[in-house]
Design a protein around this ligand. Structure first.
Ligand code: SF4
Ligand code: SF4
Length: 397
């Protein structure tokens, strides 16, 4: 055990990964993780580790996603899929309350108070760990905290898996959010795993990041037949894989202050160019792990005796999103795309103290016309940066 009470790193095999799911289920957790289904790697409840996408990788490009088989049988050699963890922590549709009118006309209101599931998320990517931290700040910090989000989030057990095979649309390195995680109690995960496959076999370098993580780790069978030296070699191989992954990022952001770039680009011609391609469908905001906007919907049944209020995801690309007295404030596609990008990369810093982008690349993959956030930032940079340059400028803050 370490000074903090957490157990030291250990090496587990595929049987250890299977035991991890069993232990979490036995502890009453609803285990959510990646699985290959419907032509994609999706997040779903796992009854066993056999449902993990062993032997599946992905092929990503702007507006393009394909599953592809892998001969090596790795479980986590794929990058972000269409969903993110907000599907569970900040669900797309949540009932807030319901109301019933009785025979005498009296109205009874009921708050929606189903207990939050006790989640365990298996396979959280480092970029998505940072995205969860961003949603934590947005949805549990400040004046307008969401207690239902807090309940779902407080009990969640996070198993991070470091990235060793980034996709062509990934750019976490240039956002400082991946492909690895740090060590320590304040990293925000309970367990961290790195998948290793070499001549010594298929295994996982596992370490705890919390007291509960250490408890769970202590219950897992160690990889058999590995001596101390081989265990150290596994740690070295894991670190080298993550370092190599950092050198294989498919994309990157311009190496400048994106906050400053956005603030200085409001009148750029590039907004007209992207607006001519953007369908304002909002797919990018639905797929983004940090986008959090919601709207409320009231519905009644045909009798009018039963009413419900629902909170549902909303998008700044929706014309109604900025509808104030007299009509929408942002009528054009130009103004809506500009709002999304300048908020995500610029004013998010002012509001929440960080970027709103973690470099996962989902918005690039799931945009039906292949609009690429890194390409748009690079074009804005090329058009406006020379005007913004100053002796003290240029460095990312
Ligand atoms: S803006 Fe795009 S790349 Fe950045 S976090 Fe959202 S989906 Fe991922
Ligand atoms: S950028 Fe792409 S995904 Fe986003 S609203 Fe426009 S067309 Fe849709």
């Amino acid at each position: 055990m370490t000074d903090s009470g957490r157990s030291a790193a250990v090496v587990i095999g595929k049987d250890g990964l299977a035991a991890l799911v069993e232990v979490l289920v036995e502890r009453g957790r609803t285990v959510i993780g990646p699985t290959a289904r419907d032509g994609a790697i999706v997040l779903a409840e796992l009854a066993s580790a056999e449902q993990l996408p062993y032997g599946w990788g992905v092929e990503l490009e702007a507006g393009h996603y394909r599953l592809r088989p892998r001969e090596d049988g790795m479980a986590f050699a794929h990058s972000a899929g269409p969903q993110s963890w907000k599907t569970y922590l900040h669900p797309q549709r949540v009932r807030q309350w319901s109301a019933e009118r009785g025979p005498g006309g009296e109205v009874t209101l009921r708050a929606d108070s189903d207990p939050a599931p006790s989640y365990a998320f298996l396979g959280v990517r480092p970029c998505d760990l940072r995205a969860i931290a961003i949603q934590d700040r947005v949805l549990t910090g400040g004046t307008y905290a969401d207690p239902a989000y807090r309940d779902r989030r407080d009990g969640a057990f996070l198993v991070v898996v470091e990235c060793t095979d980034p996709g062509a649309t990934c750019f976490c390195v240039s956002m400082g959010t991946g492909p690895g995680v740090g060590e320590g109690d304040d990293e925000g995960y309970d367990l961290a795993l790195t998948e290793v496959l070499d001549d010594a076999g298929h295994r996982f370098w596992a370490r705890a990041g919390s007291a509960e993580g250490a408890e769970v780790l202590a219950l897992l069978p160690r990889q058999q037949g590995l001596g101390t030296v081989a265990a150290e070699a596994t740690a070295t191989a894991a670190r080298e894989s993550v370092t190599a992954a950092a050198g294989r990022m498919g994309r990157s952001m311009p190496p400048v202050s994106l906050q400053r770039l956005m603030a200085g680009s409001l009148d750029a011609k590039r907004w007209d160019d992207v607006a001519a391609r953007c369908l304002t469908c909002g797919n990018c905001t639905m797929a983004c792990p940090t986008c959090f906007c919601t709207t409320t919907e009231d519905v009644t049944d045909l009798t009018g005796d039963h009413a419900e209020r629902w909170s549902t995801w909303d998008s700044c690309f929706d014309l109604d999103f900025s509808h104030l007295h007299g009509g929408p404030v942002r009528e054009s596609a130009r103004s809506r795309y500009r709002q999304w990008l300048t908020h995500k990369l610029g004013t998010w810093h002012d509001q929440f103290g960080s970027s709103g982008c973690v470099g996962c690349g989902r918005c690039i993959v799931w945009c039906p016309v292949g609009i690429d956030i890194t390409e748009e930032a690079a074009a804005l940079h090329a058009e406006t940066w020379s005007m913004l340059e100053s002796p003290e400028g240029g460095a990312r803050p």
